[in-house]
Design a protein around this ligand. Sequence first.
Ligand code: ZN
Length: 312
Amino acid sequence: MTVPITWPGGKRFAFSVFDDTDLSAPGNFEAIYDLLGSLGFRTTKSVWPATGEDLQPRGPHGSTCDDAEYLQTVLRLQKSGFEIGYHNSYFEGLPRARVEEALDRFRFLFGNYPSSMANHAESGEGMYWGYDRVSGVPKALYRTIMRRFGANPHCGHIPGSPHFWGDLCLQRIRYVRNFVFGEIDTLSACPMMPYYDPARPYVHAWYAASNAQILPTCLKLLSERNQDRLEESGGACIVYTHFGSGFQEGHKVDERFERLMRRIARKEGWFVPVTTLLDHISSTRGLVTLTATQRRRLEWRWFAHKLVAGRT
Ligand SMILES: [Zn+2]
């Protein structure tokens, strides 16, 4: 079984956020990060680093790193200790050469290749995404329920596809998110994370997250009861969310979200970026290689959550 994890500095639990960049644009996310920063949180904010005049730097999907005003804020966040993560190169899948260029641009802008990423749901670059997130029976059921009978449109991991970049992902990115669960303690839902899955060899290691996709889901996940539960369990929470989806109105952070974040900030938690958290776990016990039994359990568990929660 997996080795129990303790947290640095005698902290009682760990807490992080991977913020998918969709919808984030100047004016709708800065106050969230001001609040998180002032409360001592250092979490992970993702970006789309693809560049080119044919791409939209700011639009209904959100901003890319070609939006100078947005980029300035992201660089400021990085300087103050937030991690910058990767959310595929852009909101639509780009060809391999442009994915490679986007990763190089990420390194140019932020000093390193991204160490953590999450697939953007609609991207053709998705790494083992769509029905390839799961195997065997859950995969067959997923395809039937979602009516996805054709070829997988997410083909970052499929050699020969124009979007294939699996080799680059393996070389350059340490942690990729797959499963999302309803429990606040992500580590108890997925005790083997970060793990290597031999059935998905283009990913160095996978992590899971807790579902807080939009504001109402986030308020539910971070309820007082759940916060206390996380503290008691001594586990780790990695929140999956979109801070650009209405957490901030004008310059003001949603009051309910602010109250909950202030409350958890008063607890003895380790509030670090996703990569710091996962590095700590893997340096404590090494990287777990997923067994077929563990994979089956994890996939069924996710599938059950997905039936209830919808898009995760
Ligand atoms: Zn996304």
